[in-house]
Structures are given as C-alpha cells and as structure tokens.
Design a binder for this molecule. Structure first.
Ligand code: HEM
Length: 199
C-alpha cells in the first residue's frame, strides 16, 4: 500500500490508530502469508518463522540505541528482542542466518525510526497469539518461544506505554508521512524475509 497522508486521513483518531489503519491491509497480507506457511505444523516450520524474526530484528538492532527514540520512549533498550530470538533459534537447533547489511541505521530520522519500531512493537500483540499456539510444539518462555512471551508488565500495558509515546511525539506533516513510510518499509522488509525463508 502507498504511504498515506496521515494529516488528511482519519484526523479524529490518535496517531497510533491512524498508523494501524494505514498499514492494516499490509499487515493482514503478511499475517495470512505467514500462517499459510503452516508454522505450527512442526518445530522445523516454526523455526522458519523465528528466522524471519531474527532477520527483521537484526535489521532494526541499531534503533535500540537511537538517541532521539531513547528520549521519547520508556525502556527502549528493554524492548530489544534480538538476543531472545537468537536463543530461540539455538533451542530449535538452528544456525543464525548469515550476516546482512542492517536496513534501519542509527542515523534514521526519528519519524521513520518510530515507524520501524511500531512494526516491531506491534508484532508483540500478534506474538501473544502465536505464543499460545507454540505451546502445542512444546515451546515456551524457557525454550524456543522466549521472544514471543509476554512482557512482565503485561502485553497490553507494555503496548499502551509505546503508543502513548508514539501519540505524544511532536511531528510535522512531512514527519507524519515519514512515519507511515517507515512502517511500510519495515513491513516490506519482513515480507522479504518471509519470502526468503518460506521459498
Ligand atoms: C513478523 C510478523 C508480524 C509483524 C511484523 C506484525 C506486526 C503487527 C503490528 C504492527 C501490529 C499492531 C497493530 C496495531 O497498531 O494495533 C500487530 C497486531 C496483531 N497481529 Fe501481527 N504481525 C506479524 C505477524 C502476525 C501473525 C503471524 C499473526 C497471526 C496470528 C498476527 C496477528 C496479529 C493480531 C491478532 C494483532 C492484534 C492484536 C490485538 O489487537 O490485540 N500477526 N501485528
């Protein structure tokens, strides 16, 4: 989907809700594509999904040390999940995907960086659904599904803390567009990893 002009779309909604609406179709296509990959058929299929997560979180790893994001968000460093994902891959007997050039650099403008992070943080919401399904494969917060386990504060509360910060950031019209473009770029990057891992 092309980036929307958030200044003119859904103007009565908080920014986080507008961003959700602007990227809903992209998310739904991704969700369907991943579930069509039958990721709960066995641990090997599930591992493909975890490899997608690893590649995506490696793409965005620099953002967890992004000074402007750190000033805006509560517990930015604590939101990083790359290490848990790497542990999940080891549990599943997987080698780490080969190194690649990260896609979201530390110098990314704040609005774009926020868009990328929105996708990573939002994926925790769907992640709580996936966590329950992973139990059928004998995986949990101790083994194989660590990165999908709920934050100790609770998934909903942790998400609300993120969206409160997202909603309160002062962004001009160009930055609102950058925010959506960042989120769309993040979804595209995840989609590319899905196509590579599920080919
Ligand atoms: C790595 C892949 C995925 C990414 C990047 C991703 C991204 C996101 C994002 C950004 C949101 C937040 C939407 C909002 O603003 O409220 C979200 C929510 C959600 N996702 Fe995904 N998602 C992924 C995979 C999946 C899969 C495979 C499912 C299938 C069950 C799924 C189901 C959901 C559900 C049910 C919600 C809403 C949860 C709620 O509102 O409580 N997602 N996801």
């Amino acid at each position: 989907m092309a980036a929307h002009d958030l200044a003119s779309d859904f103007t009565d909604l908080p920014r986080s809700q507008r961003l959700k609406a602007a990227t809903r179709a992209t998310h739904d296509r991704l969700d369907r594509r991943i579930m069509a990959g039958d990721i709960f058929a066995d641990r090997g299929r599930f591992a493909r999904f975890v490899r997608v997560q690893y590649r995506f979180h490696r793409d965005i790893d620099a953002l967890y040390a992004h000074p402007a994001l750190d000033a805006l968000l509560p517990d930015l460093a604590g939101r990083r999940r790359l290490d848990q994902i790497a542990s999940d891959l080891r549990d599943l007997g997987q080698a780490l995907p080969t190194p690649a050039q990260p896609k979201a650099e530390a110098g990314l403008p704040l609005a774009q960086a926020l868009g990328w992070l929105y996708v990573a943080e939002g994926s925790n919401l769907g992640g709580s659904v996936l966590y329950k399904l992973a139990a059928k494969l004998g995986l949990d917060r101790e083994f194989g599904a660590r990165h999908l386990a709920a934050h100790p504060d609770g998934v909903a509360r942790h998400w609300r803390e993120f969206t409160a910060a997202l909603d309160s950031a002062a962004l001009d019209a160009a930055q609102e567009r950058d925010l959506v473009a960042g989120a769309e770029a993040a979804f595209r990057s995840v989609r590319g990893h899905v196509e590579a891992e599920f080919a």
